[in-house]
Design a protein around this ligand. Structure first.
Ligand SMILES: Cc1cc2nc3c(=O)[nH]c(=O)nc-3n(C[C@H](O)[C@H](O)[C@H](O)COP(=O)(O)OP(=O)(O)OC[C@H]3O[C@@H](n4cnc5c(N)ncnc54)[C@H](O)[C@@H]3O)c2cc1C
Length: 303
């Protein structure tokens, strides 16, 4: 690892490579152990070289965005976490299309669209993820989803090839995509919007964010909806009907405000959160025979 750290530092700059970096500082759950190496590349070429280096060294690596859908195990991640953050946040307008780098926050992209008088991203303004994470997850809210606006994405394949995937070929499903299945890295994406009235766009974003504050436990760390919505049901309602509102394991709790959210109520470990999720799945299945799939992505060893 020492030798690898040296090579990664040469590629990304010493100041951009950290050893044993606590992932609780980079995930909205504010829990979990350390990444053996944590790298924040400054540009696309560095990112490409970082991935190639990890591959040839046979070291696991994972590209993350804002960590708003991630639970990292307490024992950490024995590999390299590559975070695309504010340095990958350039964005430009070309007619009704916005092209942006994967690290841009959806809130910023939605803000930019509004300032440009472009409508279509209002649904995304309160989702605390990056554009890359949103494309991978096909993030959505309040009737909108990335599939409705994405034109294409520039990705990096495992063999280090840059490839543009049109949205129609992305297999965008409910919180899933081809990019997720193949493990590609999103470098950039384009969204097509429609001209709209700035005031109306702003009002819609304000309204949706008001609804979020009212309904969601935003005062606690979480990763949003912990489970996917099972077909024909609402995850939060199933959990509530099992009498699990407020149910706690260690510092992790089922939010009383919105049972679909597992929250880090009091310095929860990743294990607390994980065990609580498993218990919820068990109780919901025992009572309603409905399997609940995690929406949150797990990184590291939870066995
Ligand atoms: C309070 C709160 C509210 C939320 N509300 C919503 C909501 O309304 N709707 C919704 O859909 N989600 C919601 N989420 C979940 C989350 O914000 C989204 O899933 C978001 O799209 C994740 O983006 P991210 O950049 O944080 O991804 P991360 O959490 O960093 O990563 C998520 C997954 O994507 C992968 N990934 C990230 N970036 C890239 C990239 N550039 N290339 C390849 N893979 C990548 C990671 O490896 C990981 O598997 C919410 C979360 C919170 C905390």
């Amino acid at each position: 690892m020492e030798r690898l750290e040296q090579i990664l530092s040469e590629i990304a700059g010493r100041e951009n490579v950290r050893e044993n970096e606590p992932m609780k500082n980079h995930t909205t759950f504010r829990a979990g152990g350390a990444a053996r190496l944590f790298v924040t590349p400054e540009d696309e070429d560095a990112l490409v070289r970082l991935e190639k280096t990890c591959q040839s060294a046979g070291v696991s690596y994972t590209v993350v965005g804002n960590g708003s859908n991630l639970l990292v195990s307490d024992s950490g991640y024995d590999g390299v976490i590559i975070q695309l953050g504010s340095r990958f946040a350039h964005c430009r307008r070309d007619g009704d299309v916005l092209e942006a780098e994967a690290g841009i926050l959806l809130s910023k992209l939605a803000r930019f669209a509004c300032d440009q008088g472009l409508s279509g991203l209002e649904f995304a303004s309160g989702i605390p993820g990056s554009l890359g994470g949103a494309a991978v997850m096909n993030a959505g809210a309040y009737g909108g989803e990335m599939a409705h606006v994405l034109v294409d994405a520039l990705v990096l394949t495992e063999s280090g090839e840059r490839m543009v995937i049109p949205a129609e070929q992305m297999e965008l499903g409910y919180r899933s995509s081809l990019i997720m299945k193949r493990g590609y890295t999103v470098l950039k994406a384009r969204v097509r919007l429609v001209p709209g009235d700035k005031r109306q766009i702003q009002d819609r974003m304000d309204e949706l964010n008001r609804r979020r504050k009212e309904k969601q436990p935003l005062e606690y760390p979480s990763a949003g909806s912990t489970f996917k919505r099972p077909a024909g049901y609402f995850a939060g309602k199933l959990i509530q009907d099992c009498g699990l509102a407020g149910f706690q394991i260690g510092g992790a709790a089922v939010s009383e405000k919105h049972c679909g959210f597992v929250i880090n109520k009091d310095q929860a470990s990743a294990r607390d959160i994980y065990l609580l999720c498993r218990e919820i799945q068990k109780r919901v299945y025992d009572r309603f025979q409905v399997p609940m799939e995690m929406e949150v992505r797990l990184l590291g060893d939870f066995s």
